[in-house]
Write a protein that binds this ligand. Structure first.
Ligand SMILES: Nc1ncnc2c1ncn2[C@@H]1O[C@H](COP(=O)(O)OP(=O)(O)OP(=O)(O)O)[C@@H](O)[C@H]1O
Length: 910
């Protein structure tokens, strides 16, 4: 033990001594070797040569002469570089025990040295570098041997190239070089030198008192003062700047968060604490009533996935963003506070302004999403700080009308809405609510529910109660091992034993492990349309297709966007409230959007429900009651959809929102866009003989096709309708064409697989059987509804439907709004929508042949002019149809293709 201790104490000293001795020996050797090399003389006697009788000239005597002779013979001219090479290797091994590369340092140096000496001497041999009078030439024995070998295999250039590459590699290994950073450093050094030189030059000139300072341009001093920064430095500096900025931004945002949390109203904090406490400390069923809103939020539907087309939604959002910013500008013109805000923004640096607008736009999008599903708490909280950014459409219109009274020329240029919206005061005001169950009643009802279920052998515990205007939802926690299906199957028995009309079992409540039992209230409150329309969610939504459907189970308004659905199927038994529901949807649009924004095609086979809307300016065609006309209306819509797609592709936009923005921007900029689909021959035949000019594009309105009973259409017209509906449903979203299809026959021959696959959003009113419910929703539940507007709304992509108590719209309300609109304007009907019903009705062979084809051919042959516009004028049909007819004639060989002068040759002799 003591021995080993003394050993361990002695060894470091010994190591140090050994190291130092080694260093001295190495130094000695290097000096000796260096002197011997550099005092080499070819006449000195050596290993290969006995020498002259002259005295030895090598300063290290005969030994030095032999060493120098050996190295020079073997390595050729390269032997001069041996001493520095050895010194370098010594330094590397001494100072850097750990190599940068994942290899032993000694190994690196050895490999590097061998490569250097071998291929360096090859290079010396090939290119006669250094003294060629050395005994074995400038390549030495090694260079000669290896060089000749390489030359024999890869030739002169190849040998040079390979040797160069290997020498470079050897340098890399020996110096453990990183070429890029070496270049970096070299560039940096050169730059510094140049800067130094220039500074000195300027100093010198200044000292000389030259005029150059007064006239810097002449002397190019301006250039000198701001020398162009090399890209490498610029990059570095930018990187540094951006990282600094990021840090600053982070710090700032942290600081704001801190500030915000500090500035939070103490009362608010207290309330938060209280609510947290109540959640923890009051597990009573009533304490959970407050959470009912959250339940609704959990159902917030996502935007449906429509494959390629779905991605277009981003553009929709863009459009909304654009609108919002535009409105904000308006607002600044009217409202002094907003103006102040804008001026503040303007005074801020550009980047800040951009950041703010981006923030606004993000909030707008989020808000829109929240708003649309009645999450009022969320919206009011988030919106308030940016109120001007999310003006409602009606507010914006008020501002517009205010703007128009100002003499500002820029304001006058703007597209004024040609209509004002009807006043909502025409709607029936809601009556006071009678309310559902009292607290005591709720308690006893929950006990009764537990008891009744126990009677059926199902042990459950009521954990939460959510009272609403029409039903009350009891959330129950079943005992372990009890299947949900058992409770679902007991729905009817439960309703009977509780003496209520019906009980709906909600098998899955998103995010919870409980089951919902929905029991109708004894006294049912009516949900008035004026209640659901006068809500933040509806007001704040910027979409012209915003629909206010009704209240959810906790009494919050449910507001959705048809543009995002993008089509909806409404089904329910007769008297379940479908027509009232459809009316609520139509009124939602009529109270939100002008005919410039939304146009409608209404199909009403019953001649009762929708005929009431006859004469409103939103209609594209009189309310269709004939199913043949209806089918043709669908065909027109498909044509219109195709036309819109062509226009959008010509303008390079992906949806109607983008198209309208581009067209409006162009109009506002005073350079409206010419119709890209216009054809030159249209100019030749105007009605009054005046040559036509290229028409300009106008913003396109959304088109909503509302069919009150599409089963009739399917029965009368047949398969073609199904195909047309599927075509519109698949593609029309981007073109701004949307379908609302209602039926009272939820059977598979009406709601076919093709229609279901293409219309993802469904609205199920009360139905008589579970099978019907499955046909509509792919699940039961609609059979347990209460009727009179009680519905299950299934947004696309959501697995479970939302129960909505539809708003009641009376005939008087509809009449009042219709009257308001009739006073505002006449409808501008498009005749094409319903013409030519025969082609759809007739057999398949004539399906693609236009009924007016023969007449068109007659006209062309008579007039000897195959012009689209003349056919259009003579037959009083739309351009598209006339173009199709002329193209059909071309296909049939009656007329030739259009020539460069815009004329077609008539191929049939006179
Ligand atoms: N949201 C509602 N609130 C209160 N009552 C309603 C509501 N919706 C409908 N009703 C009542 O139900 C009745 C039938 O409604 P509606 O005419 O809309 O049913 P429907 O399903 O269209 O029937 P049909 O297919 O026979 O036309 C209405 O007259 C009205 O009294």
């Amino acid at each position: 033990m003591p021995e080993s201790t003394s050993e361990s104490v002695r060894s470091p000293i010994w190591n140090m001594f050994a190291k130092q001795a080694g260093f001295i020996v190495a130094l000695l050797f290097l000096f000796f070797f260096g002197l011997a090399t550099y005092s080499y003389h070819p006449d000195d006697p050596s290993w290969f040569y006995s020498g002259t009788n002259n005295p030895i000239q090598n300063s290290m005597g005969p030994a030095g002469a032999v060493i120098a002779d050996l190295t020079s013979s073997f390595f050729g001219a390269l032997f001069y570089t041996l001493p520095p090479l050895f010194i370098w290797v010594a330094i590397v091994l001494w100072r850097n025990p750990h190599a940068m590369l994942p290899l032993n340092n000694a190994l690196l140096c050895t490999v590097g040295s061998v490569l250097y000496l071998s291929f360096g001497s090859v290079l010396c041999f090939l290119h006669t570098v250094g003294n060629p009078e050395l005994q074995y030439g400038s390549g030495g024995i090694l260079g000669n041997g290896l060089g000749q070998l390489l030359y024999g295999v890869i030739g002169y250039d190849g040998s040079t190239l390979v040797s160069l590459a290997l020498v470079l590699l050897s340098v890399t290994l020996l110096f453990q070089l990183h070429w890029l950073s070496l270049m970096d450093r070299l560039g940096e050094a050169v730059y510094k030198i140049v800067i130094n030189l220039r500074e000195k030059q300027i100093e010198r000139r200044q000292k000389k008192g030259e005029k150059s300072l007064a006239r810097p341009d002449e002397d190019g001093l301006d250039e000198l003062e701001e020398p162009e920064e090399p890209a490498i430095f610029r990059k570095k500096r930018n990187k540094l700047d951006s990282s600094k900025k990021e840090n600053l931004d982070k710090n700032e945002s942290l600081a704001t968060e801190d500030e915000e949390s500090q500035q939070q109203d103490p009362l608010e904090k207290e309330q938060k604490k209280e609510s947290a406490f109540s959640k923890l400390a009051l597990p009573s069923i009533f304490s959970k009533k407050k959470e009912s809103k959250e339940d609704v939020v959990e159902f917030t539907p996502e935007e449906p996935d429509f494959g390629g087309l779905d991605s277009l939604s981003v553009d929709d959002a863009d459009m909304e963003i654009g609108d919002t910013l535009y409105i904000e500008e308006d607002f600044s013109e009217v409202d002094p506070t907003a103006a102040q805000k804008t001026s503040q923004t303007l005074s801020d640096p550009l980047t800040e302004e951009k950041a703010e607008s981006v923030e606004h736009s993000q909030i707008t999008k989020e808000q829109a999403d929240n708003v649309l599903f009645g999450d009022q708490a969320a919206t009011t909280d988030t919106i308030s700080p940016h109120k001007p950014a999310v003006r409602t459409l009606s507010e914006a219109k008020q501002l517009d009308s205010l703007d128009s009274s100002t003499p500002d020329s820029t304001v006058e240029q703007r597209n004024e809405p040609s209509y004002s919206l009807p006043d909502r005061s025409v709607l029936t005001q809601p009556k006071p609510k009678k309310g559902g169950y009292t607290e005591d009643e709720l308690l006893s009802l929950s006990e009764l529910l537990e008891q009744r279920l126990l009677d059926f052998g199902v042990k459950v515990e009521v954990v939460e109660v959510n009272p609403g205007p029409v039903i009350t939802r009891f959330e129950i926690q079943p005992a372990p091992g009890i299947k949900v299906s058992r409770i679902t199957n007991l729905a009817k028995d439960l309703a009977r034993s509780l003496s209520v009309m019906s009980v709906r079992v909600v098998e899955v409540i998103a995010g919870k492990s409980t089951i919902g039992i929905e029991i109708p209230n004894q006294v049912r409150d009516t949900v008035y349309f004026s209640e659901v329309i006068n809500c933040d969610a509806y007001d704040r939504s910027s979409s012209p297709l915003t629909l206010s459907l009704g209240h959810d189970i906790s009494g919050e308004p449910v507001v959705v966007d048809l543009a995002k659905m993008p089509h909806v199927l409404v089904a329910g038994t007769t008297g379940s409230g479908k027509s009232v529901g459809v009316n609520a949807m139509i009124l939602s649009m009529l109270l939100k959007s002008t005919p410039d924004e939304v146009r409608m095609i209404m199909v009403d086979p019953k001649m009762l429900e929708l005929s009431i809307y006859e004469g409103i300016p939103h209609l594209l065609t009189p309310v269709i009651t004939d199913m043949k006309d209806a089918a043709n209306g669908l065909r027109w819509s498909v044509d219109e959809m195709e036309r819109r797609y062509k226009l959008m592709s010509k303008l390079g936009v992906r949806n109607i929102a983008g198209y309208n923005k581009k067209v409006r921007d162009a109009i506002e900029a005073g350079s409206p866009i010419e119709d890209p689909l216009w054809q030159p021959e249209m100019a030749m035949f105007s009605e009054d003989g005046v040559a036509r000019t290229v028409p300009h594009l106008e913003p396109l309105p959304y088109i909503v096709i509302i069919v009150d009973e599409f089963a009739d259409m399917m029965m009368i017209v047949g398969k073609k309708v199904e195909e047309l509906i599927a075509r519109i449903a698949q593609k029309a979203r981007a073109a701004g064409i949307h379908l609302i299809l209602a039926t009272q026959r939820p059977s598979v021959d009406v709601i076919t697989g093709l229609i279901k696959a293409n219309i993802p959003t469904r609205m199920a009113f009360q139905v008589s059987s579970k099978i019907d419910s499955r046909t509509i929703l792919d699940q039961g539940g609609a059979d347990q509804l209460l009727g009179m507007g009680d519905m299950l709304y299934l947004p696309a992509g959501l697995p479970t439907p939302i129960r909505v108590h539809g708003a009641f719209v009376s005939d008087d309300e509809v009449h009042a709004v219709v009257e308001e609109w009739k006073q505002r304007g006449e409808p501008a009907y498009i005749e094409d929508v319903v013409v030519n019903p025969e082609d759809l009705m007739s057999g398949d062979d004539s399906e693609d042949k236009d009924a007016l084809y023969d007449e068109a051919v007659k006209i062309v042959l008579e007039t000897r002019k195959a012009s689209i516009s003349s056919v259009q004028r003579r037959l009083k049909i739309g351009y598209n149809r006339a173009a199709n007819l002329v193209e059909a004639m071309e296909a049939a060989g009656l007329v030739g293709p259009m020539g460069t002068n815009g004329q077609r040759e008539i191929l049939i002799p006179e």
